[in-house]
Write a protein that binds this ligand. Structure first.
Ligand SMILES: *Cc1c(COP(=O)(O)O)cnc(C)c1O
Length: 395
């Protein structure tokens, strides 16, 4: 039996040009061609996929919530005849998006109430989130910022750049700036360079990072010119967003390699999604492939309570089970921190399996990954021998 490369998630494949037979390799490798040729309409989906009626209705609903857009590179990873394909569930809208559970929110992490300047979220004492664009290469259906992203939602992003830079200059406790959006890597090299240069001119800003899914959706954007520009602003870190091992194609691996070769430490932020990556086997393949790409799994997010995402959410027990299935069984470097971004705006809270079975002032009882029990004594006051004390008194 011929096994399609789509079904061997542990290996790296190129799926180009896939549906776009006949495209020149110059066009295919050009990120602006990829952007211009994104699949953005029902007809575009129908021409290439066997759509279900749940998806057809989903596309119609999406028009006024979060736009449909998928780059050709990423589109080729979709199984044409399987509506439950883990790639497809991330980017093709479904009818369930029209259902808001009683807990769903437009701004689940309460960002709008923590913006001292439009486009700048200041929640933690020493770091800020800077929203530099409202556009992405493709749109994730569970996007936590869908209220402002893609240009069709209920709000618009109006980042005040000059005000934001002045706020950063004034607030000397801010030592870490995270560029996000939208996706900062969709800006032109010169626009991004101007933002980075301005940030680097502020003495107290030590650490700059970019949160981006462009290397996954649009690996062609990671040009040698972009890398040469970015490396002027070290220490510059990057968090990418990979949810399923199939997303790590040859093109993505090479793009991540170019970033790593430019000295950019790479982390990954995954979102735990029902029917995408909510099992230990898929997660283990994902984290191992990430290490092969020199990307350190950073966070595993419980899916935010964003409107219309309940069909993609899992139980918290499932997240804990996945972390338990990794810890001890594989490299510590491969294990992300599982977090819930507290609804309403409390920030990221770590959620861990409990390895402490019992704890009092004398001892802690712990279990290891195999379930074996161990005891560690707490330090006690060291008794001073009597003759020693006598000598001290004599002195
Ligand atoms: C996630 C986030 C950060 C960065 O948090 P780290 O735990 O340092 O990665 C900063 N500000 C906001 C508002 C965030 O949501």
């Amino acid at each position: 039996m011929q096994v399609s490369p789509l079904f061997e998630p542990e290996r790296f494949f190129s799926h180009a040009p896939g549906h776009w037979v006949g495209v020149s390799s110059d066009d295919w490798d050009d990120w602006r061609w990829q952007q211009r040729n994104r699949v953005t309409t029902l007809a575009g989906l129908e021409a290439r996929l066997n759509l279900s009626s749940a998806e057809r209705v989903g596309v119609l609903l999406a028009g006024s919530k979060l736009a449909l857009a998928v780059t050709p590179h990423y589109f080729n990873l979709i199984e044409p005849d399987n509506e439950n394909c883990p790639i497809r569930r991330q980017v093709v809208p479904r009818i369930e998006e029209g259902y808001d559970s009683p807990f769903d929110m437009a701004d689940p992490c309460g960002e709008d109430s923590s913006m001292p300047v439009p486009g700048l979220v200041h929640r933690y004492p020493d770091r800020v989130l800077f929203l530099v664009t409202d556009r992405c290469a493709s749109y994730c259906r569970y996007c936590t910022r869908s209220r402002v992203v893609s240009g069709v939602g209920e709000q618009e992003l109006h980042t005040d750049f000059e005000e934001a830079f002045r706020y950063l200059e004034k607030n000397t406790q801010i030592r870490d700036v995270l560029l996000s959006g939208g996706d900062a890597l969709l800006l032109s090299d010169s626009r991004l360079e101007a933002i980075l240069a301005r940030l680097r001119s502020i003495r107290h800003i030590e650490f700059v990072r970019i949160g981006t899914r462009v290397p996954i959706f649009l690996p062609q954007r990671v040009t040698p010119e972009l890398c040469a520009m970015l490396r002027k602003f070290h220490p510059l870190w990057m968090s990418v967003h990979v949810n399923h091992p199939r997303e790590l194609t040859i093109e993505v691996r090479d793009a991540l390699g170019r970033l790593a070769d430019s000295g950019i430490p790479l982390g990954n932020q995954s979102v735990l999604l029902a029917g995408v990556n909510d099992d230990v086997t898929t997660m283990r393949k994902l984290v191992h492939k990430l290490l092969l790409c020199r990307v350190r799994p950073y966070y595993l997010y419980q899916c935010d309570l964003i409107r219309g995402s309940s069909h993609l959410r899992t139980s918290v027990a499932k997240g804990i089970e996945i972390i338990e299935g990794l810890r001890g069984f594989t490299s510590g470097y491969a294990i992300p921190q599982y977090v819930i971004d507290a609804p309403g705006g409390g920030g990221k809270v770590p959620v861990n399996p409990s390895y402490v079975v019992y704890h009092d002032s004398e001892k802690v009882v712990i279990r290891n990954f195999e379930g074996r029990i161990f005891e560690y004594p707490e330090p006690t006051t060291v008794p001073v021998p009597n003759h020693h004390a006598a000598e001290l008194v004599a002195l």
